[in-house]
Ligand binder design. Structure first.
Ligand SMILES: Cc1cc2nc3c(=O)[nH]c(=O)nc-3n(C[C@H](O)[C@H](O)[C@H](O)COP(=O)(O)OP(=O)(O)OC[C@H]3O[C@@H](n4cnc5c(N)ncnc54)[C@H](O)[C@@H]3O)c2cc1C
Length: 503
């Protein structure tokens, strides 16, 4: 299986990653990315070690394969898959949201459902079969961009000119298609092997040019990744910002300047139905978001253990108010833990024999994530107090012959020596106060879609209110009615406000 060194070496391929108006020439060693590249390389090394339990025999070839790339078919598969996700998540303690197992889970579900890609305008099922085979054989790291910009074309432009803002097809050739436009927001793309591009938002009839699904190499000719300001270079040292320096995942807007995509990389072509079905009919959305919750749980456990350690260092761990806060934190973490377990326990086999994590538990907890994460962070903030702003500016102050002895003497705690205390509070500040922390708050709130959409479409659409109605009807029937029937107004339909297609 692929090693971390092989992954790192593969990044030197001429990809166009741009920030500050410049093209980054060596992604793997650039200060913006070297830390997170090291993190992903460690994940590959962990998976390549049979002791990690992440390997299994590929049912088709018998060769060792990362079980993440394979569709789960038995409860044991799902259990071991969860353990594999946890093993990778623990490499970054949950702070890399789009580790290779996220999009890899979507593709694993595609591999079990080639028929979904056969039904449309063009039969793309062979492309899906061959591409998911490559994923397994080559241990590919995919990022994805599946959110369109707010407009599809430049306003006022002639439709024939295809002046696209959203990525769309501008030319069809015998050997493939040419795409133009942009798509958001590809976390990890700058350091991934390949990028999966599609549109998860429902497309209206007439928008066939944008109804695409394809994968392309990060170094494809004509593709540029415009990167947000990287945060790792701001970290004075690994001691001062231990998370920023190692786990800052790149986020990029993708721009396609007439990029050629050969047919063997096209999974849906000018096909509104297949583009939607690939996410929901295949179980990909559930498998991918189950991974996201396992990663989120790993992160919450880590945050909770930092919070508890802080109370020990400050000596406040016996205080009833502080203990109440730790209890509240434990409850919040347990909600996600229970949902992950419940989704596994209520997994259902689909028509192709893939075991799909239970939808009610999964989408239920996803609906809470945008409230749960800030609440967890607010508890950590409260327990940390001003201690997170007391540590010296950088590690250099501790090493300096004049300031060092002073700081070592005066920054003291009942439960830790100065260096241990400063190290812990700097870690806590990287969770709650740095720009890295702010980007994570945004990530946990939006990565699966705007919170209101997640709740009104995914959570509501998969809850099953209708299952509850018979109980309510039965209870209403037990309530005595007025003895003298009176004239009542008939029910009238309310005015519909919006209609969403449930997932
Ligand atoms: C850090 C980060 C990483 C991400 N990584 C990825 C990735 O790897 N791949 C990917 O494809 N996407 C990624 N995303 C994008 C993510 O999927 C989107 O952020 C999400 O779908 C929401 O879309 P939006 O950001 O355009 O929000 P918007 O749609 O602009 O919504 C912003 C706010 O306005 C509200 N709003 C919007 N329209 C209306 C309206 N008409 N009426 C009332 N309220 C409205 C929304 O409810 C929301 O609260 C990432 C996002 C973030 C923040």
């Amino acid at each position: 299986m692929r090693t971390g060194a092989e992954y790192r070496a593969s990044l030197d391929d001429g990809r166009r990653v741009v920030f500050d108006g410049e093209v980054v020439s060596d992604v793997a060693h650039h200060p913006a990315f070297a830390g997170v590249v090291e993190t992903i390389a460690t994940m590959y090394d962990v998976a390549a070690d049979p002791a990690s339990g992440m390997q299994t025999a590929d049912p088709e070839t018998g060769r060792p394969a990362n079980r993440i790339w394979l569709a789960p078919r038995t409860p044991d598969d799902l259990r071991l898959r969860r353990a594999a996700h946890e093993t990778w998540a623990r490499v970054s303690h949950g702070w890399t949201g789009r580790s290779p197992d996220h999009v890899g889970s979507f593709l694993a579900a595609f591999s079990a459902h080639p028929e979904t890609f056969a039904a449309g305008v063009r039969d793309c099922s062979d492309a899906v079969r061959a591409y998911t085979r490559r994923l397994i054989d080559e241990d590919l790291y995919l990022a994805y961009a599946i959110i369109p910009p707010k407009v599809q074309t430049v306003p006022g432009s002639d439709p024939e000119d295809k002046v696209f803002v959203q990525v769309g097809v501008v030319d069809e050739r015998e050997d493939g298609i040419v795409v133009r436009g942009s798509q958001f927001l590809a976390t990890g793309a700058a350091i991934a092997d390949e990028i999966f591009v599609s549109c998860i938002q429902p497309l209206k009839e007439g928008a066939e040019d944008f109804a695409l699904s394809f994968a392309l190499p990060a170094a494809a000719a004509g593709l540029t990744m415009y990167h947000r300001r990287p945060l790792a270079p701001q970290a004075a040292s690994g001691f001062d910002q231990p998370l920023t320096s190692r786990f800052d995942e790149p986020d990029a807007v993708l721009v396609f300047d007439d990029v050629f995509i050969p047919w063997e990389r096209v999974f849906a072509y000018r096909d509104l139905e297949t583009v939607r079905a690939q996410f929901f009919a295949t179980g990909a959305h559930r498998l991918g978001n189950w991974q996201a919750q396992i990663r989120f749980l790993t992160k919450l456990r880590f945050i909770a253990s930092v919070a508890r350690r802080i109370t020990k260092v400050s000596g406040a761990d016996k205080d009833p108010g502080v203990r109440g806060k730790l209890g509240e934190l434990a409850s919040l973490v347990s909600i996600v833990d229970s949902a992950v377990t419940a989704a596994e326990a209520t997994a259902e086999p689909d028509a192709a024999g893939m075991l799909v994590p239970g939808k009610r538990a999964l989408y239920g907890v996803m609906g809470l994530q945008s409230e749960l994460y800030p609440r967890v962070m607010s508890i950590l903030r409260e327990l940390a107090g001003s201690n997170v702003t007391q540590p010296p500016a950088t590690i250099a102050d501790l090493e300096h012959p004049q300031s060092g002895p002073d700081l070592l003497r005066y920054i003291v705690s009942p439960g830790a020596d100065t260096v241990e205390r400063v190290r812990l509070y700097k870690l806590a500040w990287d969770m709650i106060g740095t720009e890295f922390a702010g980007r994570h708050q945004q990530y946990e709130t939006f990565y699966a879609g705007a919170p209101a959409m997640v709740r009104s479409v995914y959570t509501l659409g998969n809850f099953g209110y209708d299952d509850l109605d018979p109980d309510l009807d039965a209870f209403l029937a037990t309530i005595p009615l007025p003895s003298t029937p009176t004239e009542t107004s008939p029910a009238v339909p309310a005015t519909a406000i919006t209609e969403e297609t449930p997932a």
